[in-house]
Design a protein around this ligand. Sequence first.
Ligand code: ZN
Length: 724
Amino acid sequence: MSDRNRIAELRELLHRANRAYYADAKPIMSDHEFDQRLKELEALEEKHPDLADSNSPTQRVGGEITGGFKTVRHAAPMRSIDNTYNEDEVRAWCDRIAKNLDRDTPPTLIADAKIDGVALSLRYENGDLVSAVTRGDGEKGDDITANARAIRAIPLVLADSELTPPPVLEVRGEAFIPFKEFERINAEREAAGDELFMNPRNSCAGTLKQLNPKIVADRNVSFVAHGRGAIEPADFCESYSELLQQLSALGMPTNQGVVVCESIDEVVAAIHEYDTKRHDAPFPVDGMVVRVDDFALQEVLGSTSKSPRWCVAFKYPAERKPTKLVSVDFMVGKSGRITPRAVMEPVILAGTKVQHASLFNFGEVRRKDLRLGDTVIVEKAGEIIPQVIEVVQEKRPKGARKIKAPMECPACGGPVEVEPPELEEQGDYESEQETSRLCVNPECPAQIREKLIWFAGRGQMDIDGLGEKTIDQIRESEIPLNRFADIFALKDHRDALLLIERMGEKKVENLLASIEEAKSRGMARVLGSLGIRHVGDATARALSREFPDISALLRADEAQLRPKTLSRDDAAKYGFDPDPKERPSTNLGKDTAPAVFAYLHSAQAKSTFDALQKAGVDLASRDAQENANRTHDAFFDGKKIVLTGGLEHFTRPDLKELLESLGAHVSGSVSKKTDLVIAGDDPGSKFDKAMELGIEIWDEAALLKRLPQDVKEKAAESGLFRGR
Ligand SMILES: [Zn+2]
């Protein structure tokens, strides 16, 4: 098959796989297979730049969005829907609809789940996604097209064998983050020492505001369509139910639980019925939307200035109950963050016993003016974590004491720091603006305990048998377990391990075997497991794609940690493509890169890495090795190369030696057989000849980009390479 045909076939297959997964919920290939095919397509597209297509499945993630989001006007306003928490109001609305339409009973109504996410308007022209805009104020919203493209649930192309997409089709719908993904994101943020999102909606809104679409792609944002904006021609469909059918046929995910209601009683029954099921939904649902199905009747009913008259949202009330705040305890996380947590008299909310609620930070405690002994209102909506909503001021006991934020770490007595830094500078430890309070003692036992639990856990170093309880038991025994490397020395304490309660021969055997196995997980896993601030799983993986091992990472400049945001000059200097789109993303930006750099070069990090290395933990990157091998084979082995002009980073004989070590033949004159000419400053006649013969010519920057990272590092060490 020709490359051209294979490209077309792969694009079609990947669009179809995406659709099968998100719109039809019937996957046709595994994630692994999807990734393989995507890589194959990427390689082919790289070979054939003339066949580029901005809606290819490879084009989901673009470069960083510079200068923020543009505000754009909606072609048709995005009105919000009237809310009610009251069943009688829903009945009254149905009556009003019937009356306004001059009928005895309401027309066909459709009820569907109201997903609690972020409303978007997607514009397709002849089936191609051209823009995505947030609701904003209903008239104007933010253009977040680059981010929407990174959401795999949003089709880049609408297609169906029988139905031609109309010239203009604006699809309105909800972007949302499923609970599982929300938990995963927060676990990662916790590990990286970032502030946690309060709920899935809040995490979705935060994600869509990112200026780096890569971050959006790394989070599993989902989308369902639930409405329309401008459509040309207007007769594309005549009712909401028909719209959903057509959209679904075109590959757009739509809401599955749609209920057709022919009477007011059926509407109320649908609302009651869904109330029993909504807690099982994998995403946050806060109500039901009821609307007139027929578009012509919708037109007749019209809109008020705020919202359409043909539609109403019934919201399930979040369950709220009063209880008493008994005390506030302070939890110390693995990054040292001290989080206040309310301890309350137990209440049953949304079917579960609630006794604790995170108070997030001390600024929040002060804004709510919480005092010990207060009666507080606690809320739990479905799967959402319980929250303290407010204080019942009238019930405050006399002399109720304010909650004092600790000035020392409650676990180790070490010093604390307050954020944002302005507060710390002003010495203001009582501000409502406070976003976090951190124990800065790296030896803090509470942090160490949390870090060890995280390090050994699922998805990190995956050490079976080293859970929270076992870690506590070992730490209570005489066996030292204060740093990561101590885990790998547990094999020297076999006898002491056997003395621990319920540890038995077999358990110890399995534990030690699992620890041995964990040594070879490689650099990305180790970095992602250390709980380094700003370095979550995705960043760890990105860094390990960039650097062959820890020592290469430690030799890197701070600028090299953030290739996407490098200036063109710096990019060339460090051997990256001047085009930011072509550069790898480490997920680190101007603000986070210096912090990570500082950590990597701290005495603490040095001793951690040294100790791990000594313990035999593999700190080399699997990705970089693969890349290096591939680069070597594909580019330099057997190539006939000619050098000309003055080079900045190499002397010519040194570069000759280096290229020859990679399998290239470096010769002195250009001929038809020459594969590649590397031209520095003031290149001579060799350059002209190469031009004449149409031979590929690289400048030094292009060469630096192609040279495997480990080769560059080794060259620098042996003095071959005149430095970076
Ligand atoms: Zn501490």
